[in-house]
Design a protein. Structure first.
Length: 281
């Protein structure tokens, strides 16, 4: 039976470390501020944004909430970002995704100053990650690395298979695992013989957005399985991309949903906010 990797506990540790760093900055007279922009009122986004504000409050980061009408134009949002970019008292800027359909998301993300891009979505930060330079790293994959490190799971030289190739999770995840000297394979919806490949993994990271997709026959005995997915089932319960009950029987370690990767994303966002002060120096 697999060890359960406790993302709730590890994320709480990280938030406490961040809280101490924020307090130290306050003693030097430096306040850290995160601007959070939400356009429209998608219920899932409202929950995420609410959790981000709560985390800010806990660690002592000031949050500025911009709740914009669904009908906000691309130009209006670009104007707000430009204003926040130039404000010396704003350290981080986050635009909650997805934006309503009429927005050009790429142009919006490109408009955020790379030095304030605490989500790590700006092409400059994505590029820096690829060539091993400093910069902001997307919070969910950065959180996965922290989970592995703080659970004592060795990455160097290990076979790591990433299932999913999104810009927010799959691709940066692969880059980060490379940085940790793992041997990395990225699989996706067109991959042939998927099970053969996932069964080779010492560390299997699943981010394909399909509920309970990875069953026990995808997993090598003793492997570490990280589940990035989150879905609400018809009975209202949450589940991930991994069929937890059966995979838990053969994995060596596994993240549950909820309480695995999810809480790590916000903890890493808080960490990035502290990092923003250093980068902006
Ligand atoms: N939507 C889903 N995940 C994220 C995230 O990590 N950041 C932002 N800005 N939007 C999201």
């Amino acid at each position: 039976m697999a060890v359960r990797i406790d993302g709730k506990m590890i994320s709480a540790q990280i938030k406490d470390e961040v809280k101490a760093q924020v307090e130290a900055y306050k003693k030097e007279g430096k306040e850290i501020t995160l601007a959070v922009i939400q356009v429209g009122n998608d219920p899932a986004s409202s929950v995420y944004v609410g959790n981000k504000k709560k985390a800010c409050e806990y660690v002592g980061i000031r949050s500025l909430a911009y709740e914009l009408d669904e009908k906000t134009t691309q130009q209006e949002l670009l104007c707000l970002i430009s204003e926040l970019n130039s404000r010396a008292d704003v350290n981080g800027i986050l635009v909650q995704l997805p934006l309503p359909k009429h927005f050009n998301e790429e142009e919006i993300l490109l408009a955020i100053s790379p030095l304030k891009d605490v989500d790590g979505f700006h092409p400059m930060n994505v590029g820096n990650l690829s060539i091993g330079k400093d910069g902001f790293v997307s919070c969910t994959p950065a959180g996965v690395i922290e989970l592995l490190k703080r659970t004592g799971i060795e990455m160097e030289g290990k076979e790591c298979v990433v299932l999913g190739r999104s810009n927010i999770v799959g691709k940066p995840m692969a880059m980060l695992m490379l940085r940790e000297n793992a041997t990395v394979t990225v699989c996706h919806s067109r991959t042939k013989n998927l099970k053969e490949i996932t069964k080779r993994a010492d560390i299997l990271i699943v981010a394909i957005g399909k509920p309970c997709f990875v069953t026990a026959d995808y997993v090598k005995e003793g492997a570490t399985v990280i589940d990035v997915g989150i879905h609400r089932k018809e009975d209202k319960k949450l589940c991930g991309d991994v069929a937890f009950d059966e995979v838990e029987q053969i994995a060596g370690a596994i993240t549950p949903v909820p309480g695995g990767v999810g809480p790590m994303t916000i903890a890493m966002l808080m960490k990035n906010c502290v990092e923003s002060v250093k980068l902006q120096k």
